[in-house]
Design a protein. Structure first.
Ligand code: 5GP
Ligand code: ZN
Length: 115
């Protein structure tokens, strides 16, 4: 599995940097965002290093589907039953800050600080 030793999310996946984990399986890790925009704000992260959404290949389609399918299940488990947002930022114009593919899932009662 590809791993970038300088990537903060690869370090979280490897357990070298702590995170508040919500869910883990052999290909995905979900943890709370360190600067939440909403009462519940988690990041769904593939364990392998893919820098951006542009790097997704046909062999990643099932994994992307699993990322989307996981969101409502985790939100319900976290008590978010009135709706949520999913967001993938890609590249500089997409305002992607961490160059390791991730999907934001944000929910909980309004107002939110952003988004
Ligand atoms: P992006 O702008 O790349 O889509 O979002 C990156 C997200 O990662 C931001 O919301 C930021 O708060 C979060 N983040 C950055 N570094 C860390 C970290 O070390 N731990 C956690 N839990 N979240 C992080
Ligand atoms: Zn990475």
């Amino acid at each position: 599995m590809s791993h970038d030793p300088n990537c903060i999310f690869c370090k979280i996946v490897a357990g070298q940097v702590p995170s508040k984990k919500v869910y883990e399986d052999p290909e995905l890790l979900v943890f709370h965002d360190i600067h939440p925009w909403a009462p519940v704000h988690v990041l769904v992260v593939p364990k392998q290093h893919l820098a951006t959404h542009y790097d997704v290949q046909p062999e990643h389609e099932a994994m992307l589907g699993r990322m989307l399918a996981l969101a409502p299940r985790l939100m319900k488990e976290l008590g978010v039953v009135n709706g949520f947002r999913t967001l993938i930022n890609t590249g500089p114009d997409g305002r992607q800050e961490v160059p390791h593919l991730h999907m934001h899932v944000m929910g909980g009662p309004r107002p939110w600080s952003k988004g």
